[in-house]
Design a protein around this ligand. Structure first.
Ligand code: ADP
Length: 398
């Protein structure tokens, strides 16, 4: 069966068509600037070149229509008719407490996702637009919702409660939810497989270090803690997000700068992280490495501060799980930046963790990068959220 995986943002839409039998990506692409001037679609059939076409996309329904048009195209298309799409899997950012797993989408599910809009005002409405756009263009095709938050619903109360008046949890569901769940689930599973072990027998710490970044503690196959919170702003230092800060800083800066709290939160989301720490050099670790090599001290400090935060979280999750067998690095920085992995693991030397420099230099494959005999095994596992969504979709529609 061919499964169309859709990841809808507020002005973008990423898609992959995956053949479930072989798990190969038949085609993939991206719609950008939806609802704006100069919207374009980039489409790439397997083994072919990327083709970018400027085309007006006033809304997501039109974007989905263009995606289907590309998939059916005589030259760059990969299917002969829409009936060759067996199911659609949607990435949904926030499932609140409603969803502890993926579900087949029906009217009740759509209503429950709508109820979570408050918790993810930038993401969930866009995800819902994607669902409705697919419904309009492909009536009758089964659709599945795969939630970023679902994997972390196994966290115990002591991990997800904030020490605020209890009524805020009761009235507004203010609690830790965690994100990147599809990735933490997939990567912990692959890490166990790489070691020839069952995930249920392991304590795994997954470091998803991308533009957004989070760490999770996966004990016996279940997430028991994770660094992102009510929103993706909490936890690690990220590309542009601050991660943990003293909440009193918000009103302090607001008063000093004469702006409101909402604006400061915007700054914490978009202008902070390594971008902010480096004095504006970049949110991209390749630029920061280059600037550091040129002697830019703020870039060097930003990378050091980033590594320190990740190491502190790893340490705390070792305590939370009562030990650790595996540490897995994934996502853009985790998969590609060997220097950052080495810097983080340096903090773990007292636990006997030794990184093999040659193994650590490898790219793009599942690799053990710690030395044989280390009590804690460190691995790199490329994440594949689209494949994980396709697998969930297949599991639920079959
Ligand atoms: P997103 O959260 O947007 O999915 P990614 O997982 O793609 O992010 O990670 C993006 C980050 O990964 C970039 O900001 C960059 O710093 C880092 N990155 C990607 N490729 C490389 C590379 N080859 N070397 C070093 N860092 C890289």
């Amino acid at each position: 069966m061919n499964i169309l995986v859709i990841n809808c943002g507020s002005s973008s839409l990423k898609y992959q068509l995956i053949r479930s039998e072989t798990e190969e990506v038949i085609a993939k692409g991206l719609c950008e600037r939806i609802g704006m001037e100069g919207s374009m679609i980039t489409h790439q059939p397997a083994g072919g070149e990327k083709v970018t076409t400027e085309s007006p996309m006033p809304d997501h329904t039109e974007a989905i229509r263009l995606v289907l048009d590309r998939l059916l195209d005589k030259e760059v298309g990969v299917i002969g008719s829409l009936s060759e799409i067996g199911a659609v899997g949607h990435r949904i950012v926030h499932g609140g407490e409603h969803f502890a797993g993926s579900v087949v989408i029906d009217d009740d599910v759509i209503k429950a996702i709508e109820e979570c809009n408050d918790l993810a005002p930038l993401h969930n409405p866009a995800n819902l637009i994607g669902i409705n756009a697919c419904k309009a263009n492909m009536p009758g095709v089964k659709m599945v919702a795969v939630f970023d938050t679902a994997f972390h619903q196994t966290m115990p109360k002591k991990a997800y409660m904030y020490a605020l008046p209890y009524e805020y949890y009761e009235k507004y569901k203010v609690r830790r939810y965690g994100f990147h769940g599809t990735s933490h689930d997939y990567v912990s599973d692959r890490a166990a497989a790489l070691l020839g072990k069952k995930r249920e027998d392991l304590k795994i710490i997954v470091c998803h270090l991308g533009n957004g970044a989070s760490v999770s503690a996966v004990k016996e196959g279940r997430s028991i803690d994770t660094s992102m919170g009510l929103t993706p702003l909490e936890g690690l230092i990220m590309g542009t997000r601050s991660g943990d800060i003293d909440p009193a800083i918000i009103s302090f800066i607001a008063a000093k700068e004469g702006i409101d709290a909402e604006k400061v939160i915007g700054i914490c989301n978009k202008k902070s992280g390594v971008l902010g720490l480096s004095g504006g050099v970049s949110s991209d670790f390749r630029d920061l490495d280059a600037a550091g090599n040129d002697g830019n001290q703020l870039a060097i400090d930003a990378l050091e501060t980033y590594a320190y935060r990740v190491a502190k979280y790893i340490g705390s999750y070792m305590v939370a799980m009562g030990g650790c067998d595996v540490i897995a690095f994934t996502a853009g920085v985790g998969e590609n930046n060997s220097k950052m992995r080495a810097a983080i693991c340096e903090y773990l030397e007292f636990l006997g963790v030794e990184i093999d420099a040659d193994k650590n230099a490898l790219r793009g494959e599942e690799t053990v990068i710690s030395k044989p005999g280390n009590k804690i095994t460190v691995v790199v596992v490329p994440t594949n959220e689209e494949l994980a969504i396709a697998r969930e979709t297949l599991r639920l529609v079959e």
